[in-house]
Design a protein. Structure first.
Ligand SMILES: Nc1ncnc2c1ncn2[C@@H]1O[C@H](COP(=O)(O)OP(=O)(O)OP(=O)(O)O)[C@@H](O)[C@H]1O
Length: 747
């Protein structure tokens, strides 16, 4: 159970919630008892709570003197004082000993206010006691048996005693209206206190549960993000980007919602059920079978619904993935969709995915919508049954109306708590699906990772790196055709090595293998003579400056993009403050999505890199200069500008080898030439690996590697290859004029 394993990390919060819920249950379960008291004591007994009334008539006092034991008489003497008008008033001392007083006076008052027929017999017994022919204890028992008050439901006996006490009060001249109102206000007030306490506890539970849910969501997002950033290209492909996004958002949200629900409702249910059962056991057990029947119905409905709905939940997450995938593809490729008039087709594709999701959601919603009315039917049915059987008991005098109302309330509490437990059947599978999907990502073995015995400090040279491909073969994970076959070549330190070949010949693959985005299938890639699989990834990549084929920029500023710091913000860049050099305005971006402090500190390096990459002039020309805003994905700069910023980013780090993956093709010839000149001047000593389509770009390279269908078909200078490499000659002839080819040096 994934949800429980997430919760186990928040034990203290769960224990706190449990304690709060117990408190809430105590308050909630007290309420039906108060209702019962309001009806049975407040309304039926006019608020008379005690057998020993506040006021006693002289007649009853006299009767008590006859029937009570000497100890009880002494108690009575302490408890009541004559007020001089023929009425005895309860003293504070009497109130303090109320329980004993109730026991003593209850039977006496029942005798005093017995119906006329029985009263005659009482008088006879009293006379006998007075005459000394009957023992007082025995007389009391006899009279109580005659009244038939013993043996009945204790609450009924109590009711009889209280009504006698009420009659006594009236006889003593006390208004029962006042007693009733005082009782109703007092008990109602206490009841309201319990309601408020229950509400306050419920709010506290809600707060702690929401916090726990939010923390679990936050932690999972964090873990997932960390994991995904460690993924290789192949790992990402194995899940699909859309699915990773759904898992990181929708699935985690599911877990978060379910956690709150579990803590607030499902944890409360067993507490409430047990408490309700205890209360029912104390009220009356003869109608418990109705509660059992209702629970059985609730569980049966729950099981049927679960069988229908749970399989759909799993399907639903997959359908959300699909909707995300189609939407993402359509939005990313919107210009192409428009240009080729594919709106209708894309719309239909999206509708299909969306409709499938809608159908599944509708099915589950309908099934769940059916649940509530069915449950209400079960509960109402149970209420009617309890009323029907309970009224007989009320009629027979074995239960009071208020107690019946309390019984119904407790029965509903028990049934409701089983209903909530039944919800667990829906909640858990759903969160299980989401949890499994998240777990799949978290436990996915990253295909390219540091080896346990990875070498640290493998690179200590400051010179250009030596890169060697030794009999490298490589096949992409989802492909059966090798992208590289037995490729061998060396890029010497400080030299420029170009890689050229037709499309799909494996040029980008070469760069990917050096950066270790993938691991070779056979052979080895060596940097400074060390197999790249044996060194730490971070160390390897620190040696390399990489410019991808499709330049990607992050939201932030020009400076933060070149400095390689992702700002994460997508708001506008800070407005540059006044300053002599607009470049340095980047310094002002301290806390916004502008350049991070490091980017500002690195500004000279950033500007130098931008100058080499031929990006300085156009950045300067922009309002805000290096602090000017770059939109997400670099959508507010041109393709060529984007490429130059990406080149500057690679140059800004102190790399020992620069890998350009077809990075010059988006540049015009002049910029391309100027960039290569600047590179030769300012980055001398750094190994350059240039993947290119244009022969003009590679003409002056120290070494050109020609690839054809993944095989190295030629290695040499332009002149050598023109002599002895057919594939190179064909490419060159298709691109260069005779002059250019003869001249060799080209700019
Ligand atoms: N992620 C991938 N999964 C499966 N096959 C791939 C993947 N990337 C590339 N390939 C295949 O590997 C082969 C070499 O691709 P690569 O991108 O290295 O070619 P390239 O020479 O850089 O092409 P271009 O000049 O068009 O960029 C191609 O046949 C391509 O279809």
């Amino acid at each position: 159970m994934k949800l429980f394993s997430y919760l186990s990390r928040h034990r203290i919060a769960v224990l706190l919630i449990f304690a709060l819920l117990v408190g809430q249950a105590i308050c909630d379960l007290a309420l039906p008892r108060f209702t019962s008291d309001l009806v049975d004591v407040g309304i039926v007994q006019s608020g008379v709570e005690h057998a020993a009334p506040e006021a006693l008539t002289a007649d009853s006092r006299e009767l008590a003197d006859v029937l009570l034991s000497p100890d009880e008489r002494a108690l009575l003497d302490r408890a009541y004082r004559a007020d001089g008008q023929g009425v005895y008033r309860l003293t504070d001392e009497g109130r303090a000993e109320r329980a004993a007083l109730d026991d003593a006076l209850g039977p006496v008052l029942m005798l005093a206010h017995a119906p006329a027929a029985q009263r005659q017999r009482v008088d006879q017994v009293v006379d006998q006691v007075r005459a000394g022919s009957l023992d007082a204890d025995r007389a009391r028992l006899m009279v109580r048996q005659d009244l038939g008050a013993s043996g009945a439901d204790p609450s009924i006996e109590r009711a009889a005693v209280l009504s006698a006490a009420g009659a006594e009060l009236q006889a003593a001249g006390v208004s029962l209206d006042d007693t009733r109102m005082a009782y109703l206000l007092r008990t109602g007030g206490v009841m309201m206190g319990f309601v408020l306490a229950s509400g306050a506890l419920s709010v506290l539970v809600g707060l702690v549960a929401a916090r726990t849910g939010a923390r679990i969501g936050h932690d999972l997002r964090q873990q997932l993000f960390e994991r995904v950033t460690a993924f290789s290209e192949a790992d990402v492909q194995s899940f699909s980007v859309a699915s990773l996004i759904t898992r990181g958002t929708n699935d985690i949200q599911q877990i978060q919602n379910m956690t709150v629900m579990l803590l607030r409702m499902v944890l409360y249910a067993p507490i409430l059920a047990v408490g309700g059962m205890i209360m029912v056991a104390r009220t009356d057990l003869s109608l418990s079978w109705i509660i059992g029947l209702a629970i059985a119905c609730v569980l049966a409905v729950g099981v049927v619904l679960m069988a229908l709905v749970v399989p759909r939940f799993k399907l639903m997450q997959k359908l959300i993935d699909r909707v995300n995938l189609v939407a993402r593809e359509m939005i990313t490729g919107l210009p192409v969709v428009r240009a080729f008039g594919r709106q209708g087709h894309e719309q239909a594709r999206f509708d299909e995915a969306s409709a499938a999701l809608m159908r599944t959601q509708l099915f589950t919603s309908r099934a769940l919508a059916f649940m509530m009315p069915t449950m209400m039917l079960v509960m109402s049915g149970a209420t009617v049954l309890i009323m029907a059987f309970g009224s007989e008991a009320v009629d027979a005098g074995s239960i009071q109306p208020g107690s019946l109302i309390a019984f119904i309330s407790y029965a509903m509490v028990i049934v409701m708590s089983f209903l909530m437990l039944g919800m667990l059947g829906f909640v858990l599978p759903r969160s299980q699906v989401a949890g499994t999907r998240i777990d799949e990502v978290l436990s996915h073995a990253v295909s390219v990772a540091d080896a346990p015995d990875a070498l640290a400090g493998a690179f200590c040279s400051q010179e250009g790196a030596r890169i060697e491909f030794r009999n490298v073969s490589f096949t992409y994970p989802d492909s059966d055709r090798p992208a590289l076959r037995d490729a061998s070549f060396v890029a010497e330190p400080g030299s420029t090595t170009a890689i050229i070949g037709s499309t799909g010949s494996g040029k980008s693959t070469v760069i990917s293998l050096i950066e270790r985005f993938y691991d070779v299938s056979e052979g080895a890639v060596l940097v400074d003579g060390v197999d790249v699989r044996r060194v730490r990834l971070s160390e390897l990549r620190a040696q390399l400056g990489y410019v991808p084929q499709r330049a990607y920029l992050f939201s932030g500023t020009m400076a933060s993009n070149i400095a390689g710091q992702v700002s994460g913000g997508d708001g506008p860049a800070p407005v540059p403050g006044p300053g002599p050099d607009p470049d340095l305005d980047a310094d002002s971006g301290g806390d916004g999505p502008g350049p991070a402090p490091d980017a500002a500190a690195d500004l000279p390096r950033v500007r130098e890199a931008a100058r080499i990459a031929q990006a300085h002039d156009f950045i300067q020309a922009r309002e805000g200069g290096y602090a000017s805003e770059v939109a997400q994905g670099g959508s507010n700069v041109s393709g060529g500008q984007r490429q130059r910023i990406a080149i500057a980013r690679a140059l800004a780090r102190d790399a020992r080898a620069l890998l350009f993956d077809d990075s010059f093709s988006a540049l015009d010839y002049r910029t391309d030439a100027a960039l290569r000149r600047a590179l030769a001047d300012r980055r001398a000593g750094v190994t350059l690996l240039i993947v290119a389509q244009r022969v003009a770009t590679v003409l002056n390279a120290d070494r050109i590697v020609v690839l054809d269908e993944g095989r190295v078909v030629g290695v040499g200078t332009h002149a050598q290859l023109m002599e002895d490499c057919q594939a190179y000659r064909e490419i060159a002839l298709s691109q260069l004029s005779a002059d250019e080819m003869r001249g060799g040096r080209h700019e």
